[in-house]
Design a protein around this ligand. Structure first.
Ligand code: CUA
Length: 337
């Protein structure tokens, strides 16, 4: 590709060839029909032109096979493209089981990332080549959009909600990261890069950063700091004042209103910031709000910790992991009757 006029971004993720194949096929099919129709219009203009001022047009009955053909063929093509597009869509939005969890928080005007082992970066994301990465996104203020053309991925980062995207770098290099949602005065400068590294280089890079705690371990620490365990863990001789969080994540919860809800990221987040919104059946709404006391990044850490209590998000690496297991284990023995 001509570097002066880059028509196509580099292809550097596992899914980009699939997206490209779909895109190119659609473009060729569209171009074919555009040209076909344009040529037919020109041809008919000449062929059926009015030859004298008093000529009157005559009705033409097209053959039935022609009517059927020009309905069925485009329908078949459209359905085929729909099926193909759906397959690619599902692949883009369903992370593989071995994907490692990373976190991103958008903010006017920067991208803040956190690695599973706790390492943080701003406007840059280093990832190992060949490793599927699932990126959980949220925003501190307005809607942003995480866009890496070389990976063919784009996902909105929404305030107050969690979204996710996954990708797998296939060749080492540095790739553009854009914000693809107009988010204010410096939207166009909300840019960065994704650096895909050989696994060994990635390890070296991680080791070079300040020794941090894993996301789950930070969440566990915060859980204790905020004294969440006073209510969310049973004391020996009294029932817990708040619901037990062991094994909560991903399961159904019965609310005081009688509704059932799945305990997902958004539910845990809401319960921290607005505890009275969805009170669990059998408990009184005594929990204070933590609005304004925890940042979006800390919320992600708390959620990761709550997930780890259900054996989810077992992707933590590095020094924090043993600590996590210990914390979770201790909580486990305490809460069992
Ligand atoms: Cu953030 Cu545009």
């Amino acid at each position: 590709m001509n570097p002066q006029l880059p028509l196509f971004p580099e292809s550097a993720s596992k899914l980009s060839p699939q997206v490209d194949a779909l895109f190119i096929t659609w473009s060729v099919v569209s171009l074919f029909f555009t040209l076909l129709i344009a040529c037919l219009i020109l041809y008919f203009m000449v062929r059926y032109r009015r030859r004298s001022p008093d000529e009157v047009g005559q009705e033409e009955k097209p053959a039935i096979w022609l009517e059927i053909a020009w309905s069925v063929i485009p329908l078949g093509i459209a359905l085929f493209m729909f099926g193909w597009g759906t397959r690619v869509f599902f692949r883009i939005y369903r992370p593989p089981a071995d994907a490692v969890q990373y976190y991103a928080v958008g903010k006017q005007w920067m991208w803040k990332f956190q690695h599973p082992d706790g390492q943080r970066e701003i406007n840059g994301l280093h990832i190992p080549v060949g490793q599927p990465i699932r990126l959980k996104l949220t925003s501190e203020d307005v809607i942003h959009s995480f866009y890496v053309p070389a990976f063919r991925v784009k996902q909105d980062a929404l305030p107050g909600r969690y979204t996710e995207i996954w990708f797998q770098g296939t060749k080492p290099g540095t790739y553009h990261l854009f914000c693809a949602e107009y988010c204010g005065g410096e939207h166009s400068r909300m840019i960065g890069s994704v650096v895909v590294m050989e696994p060994r280089d990635y390890e070296t890079w991680l080791a070079g950063g300040p020794a941090g705690k894993s996301v789950v371990a930070s969440g566990a620490e915060l859980f204790n700091q905020l004294a969440c365990q006073t209510c969310h863990r049973a004391a020996p001789n009294r029932p817990p004042r708040g619901p037990n969080l062991e094994g909560l994540f991903g399961n159904q919860v019965k609310l005081a209103s009688g509704d059932m809800i799945t305990a997902d990221e958004d539910y845990v987040r809401e319960s921290i910031l607005n505890p009275a919104a969805k009170v669990v059946a059998g408990y009184t709404p005594i929990m204070p709000t933590y609005q304004g006391q925890v940042s979006e990044e800390q919320l992600l850490q708390l959620i990761s910790y709550v997930k780890s209590l259900s054996g989810e998000g077992g992707t933590e690496a590095g020094g924090g992991a043993p600590n996590t297991a210990e914390t979770a284990g201790a909580a486990g023995t305490e809460t069992k009757p």
